[in-house]
Design a protein around this ligand. Structure first.
Ligand SMILES: C[S@@+](CC[C@H](N)C(=O)[O-])C[C@H]1O[C@@H](n2cnc3c(N)ncnc32)[C@H](O)[C@@H]1O
Length: 405
C-alpha cells in the first residue's frame, strides 16, 4: 500500500526525471505539460526488468519487495522490459528475448519531438507496449486523435486498462501493426516504437501527403537501428533522412533468430576458401556500438547477418576474435569468417558457398571510405508506393550501391 511518504518520494522522482529530460534537450517545452501529467511509473507492472546500461542485462525489480528500488528504476532514463519471449517466459529471472518494454524516457521524448505534432494532428502509433507513449499523445492531442496498435493481446489489454484508469482513452487496437489501421486512416503522423527491417507500404498509404513516418529502421546485418524520418509524397512514396542511431526491439515478424545460422557452419571450415586481410575489427566498426561502418555495410550488403565472437573468456587466452557473416537468402548457406588475433597484422578470411560475403563486405567498406566515411546522418531512405526500400547518400538521387553478387 502506498503511504503519503511514498507519494512524496515518487512525485520528487517524477519531477527529477522531467527536469533531467528538459535539461538534456530531449524534452521540448511543448511536450512538458504532457510529461508532467502522465507519469511513466503508472504504466509499469510490479515485476519489471530495468536494463543495466553497463552490463546490458535486465535484472528483476519487484515493487512488492523493493518499493524504493522499483520507484528509482521507474523514473530512471533506462529502458524497462515488461515481457520476455512473447509472454512464454514465466518467473522473475530474465528470459531469452525481451519482447515488450517501456522505452528510455529520453528516447520517447526525442521521438515525440521528431514527429512535430500540431493541434488536432492524428497519430498512429505502432507498438503500444506499456501504453505510456500513447498516454502522452492522448494527453497532448486528445483521445480521438490517437490510435495505437499492439501485436500482443495481453500487452494491449494491460495498456488499455492502465490508460483507462488514468482517464485516457486512445484507441488501443490489438493487431499486426504492419497493416497499420486502415479503418481510421488517414493519419498525419505514424510513430513506430519497434525496430523495422521492411517498411510496410501500408504506413505511407495511410498517411496524408506531407505527413511524417518516424521509425527505428535497420538492416539484418545487426540489431542496431537508425531513426528514419520520412515525409510522405502525393504519389504515396515516402522519403527522408536518418536522424540518429538508436536500438529498439524488433517488430515481431522481423526478428532475427540467430540459432538458424548454426546449420551454415556445420562442418567448419569444410571446403572454405582461405585468404588473408589487413582489415581490422576497428575498420569493420566492431569496437563500438552504432558505428557508421556497420550501418553502411548493412545498407550495401543486403541479406547478410553478422556477429562478432570475441575470445575474451577465461577458456580462450589467445584473445582471438571471429567475425561471422551469414547469407540470409532462402536456401543458401553461404558464410564467411574473419579470425584475428591481437598483435597480428593480418586476419584469416574463410568463405564458403556461392555468395562471397567477405568480398561483398570489403567492397562495401572500400566504397564507404571512398565517399569520405560519411556518418549515419548523411544517409536516408526512400520507400516506394509498392514498399521497395531504396537507401541513399546525400539525397534520393544518389542511391547506395548494392555489392551483393
Ligand atoms: C519497445 S515496445 C513499445 C514501447 C511503447 N511505445 C511504450 O510506450 O511503452 C515495442 C512493442 O511493439 C510491439 N510489437 C512488436 N511487433 C509488433 C507488430 N507487428 N505490431 C504491433 N506491435 C508490435 C511489442 O509487442 C512491444 O510491446
Amino acid at each position: 500500500m502506498s503511504t503519503e511518504h511514498d507519494q512524496a518520494d515518487s512525485t520528487g522522482l517524477h519531477a527529477e526525471l522531467t527536469r533531467f529530460l528538459r535539461d538534456s534537450g530531449a524534452l521540448t517545452s511543448d511536450w512538458a505539460e504532457a510529461f508532467e501529467a502522465v507519469p511513466r511509473a503508472a504504466f509499469l507492472p510490479d515485476l519489471m526488468w530495468p536494463f543495466d546500461m553497463d552490463t546490458g542485462a535486465g535484472l528483476p525489480v519487484d515493487r512488492r519487495t523493493d518499493p524504493a528500488g522499483w520507484e528509482r528504476a521507474a523514473y530512471s532514463d533506462v529502458p524497462v522490459t515488461i515481457q520476455w519471449d512473447d509472454g512464454q517466459h514465466p518467473g522473475p529471472g530474465p528470459g531469452r528475448v525481451p519482447t515488450s518494454s517501456a522505452s528510455m524516457p529520453s528516447v520517447v521524448a526525442r521521438m515525440l519531438a521528431d514527429i512535430e505534432v500540431f493541434p488536432d494532428a492524428r497519430v498512429l502509433e505502432i507498438g503500444t507496449g506499456t501504453g505510456w507513449n500513447a498516454g502522452l499523445l492522448s494527453a497532448r492531442l486528445g483521445d480521438r486523435n490517437v490510435v495505437t496498435v499492439e501485436v500482443d493481446e495481453s500487452v494491449a489489454e494491460r495498456a488499455r486498462a492502465v490508460l483507462r484508469r488514468l482517464g485516457l482513452h486512445p484507441d488501443v487496437v490489438c493487431g499486426d501493426g504492419r497493416d497499420g489501421r486502415p479503418d481510421t486512416a488517414p493519419y498525419d503522423r505514424v510513430l513506430v516504437t519497434a525496430g523495422v527491417r521492411d517498411m510496410p507500404a501500408a504506413w505511407s498509404a495511410q498517411t496524408r501527403p506531407g505527413g511524417l513516418i518516424v521509425a527505428p529502421w535497420g538492416t539484418h546485418y545487426c540489431d542496431e537501428d537508425a531513426l528514419v524520418r520520412l515525409t510522405v509524397a502525393d504519389d504515396g512514396s515516402a522519403s527522408g533522412p536518418f536522424c540518429r542511431p538508436l536500438e529498439f526491439m524488433k517488430i515481431r515478424a522481423q526478428r532475427l533468430d540467430w540459432r538458424r545460422f548454426g546449420s551454415h557452419v556445420e562442418r567448419y571450415p569444410g571446403d572454405a576458401a582461405e585468404s588473408v586481410t589487413t582489415v581490422t575489427l576497428s575498420d569493420l566498426g566492431e569496437e563500438r556500438r552504432f558505428s557508421a561502418a556497420k550501418f553502411v555495410i548493412g545498407l550495401c550488403v543486403p541479406d547478410c547477418a553478422h556477429v562478432l565472437n570475441t575470445g575474451r573468456g577465461a577458456s580462450d587466452e589467445s584473445g582471438e576474435s571471429t567475425v561471422w557473416f551469414f547469407d540470409m537468402t532462402e536456401g543458401s548457406r553461404s558464410w564467411a569468417s574473419v579470425v584475428s588475433r591481437p598483435g597480428e597484422a593480418k586476419a584469416v578470411v574463410r568463405q564458403s558457398g556461392p555468395r562471397k560475403l567477405w568480398d561483398e563486405v570489403s567492397r562495401a567498406l572500400e566504397w564507404w571510405r571512398g565517399q569520405g566515411s560519411p556518418r549515419v546522418e548523411s544517409f536516408g531512405l526512400t520507400v516506394t508506393p509498392e514498399g521497395a526500400q531504396r537507401p541513399w547518400l546525400a539525397g534520393p538521387a544518389h542511391p547506395v550501391p548494392s555489392f551483393a553478387e
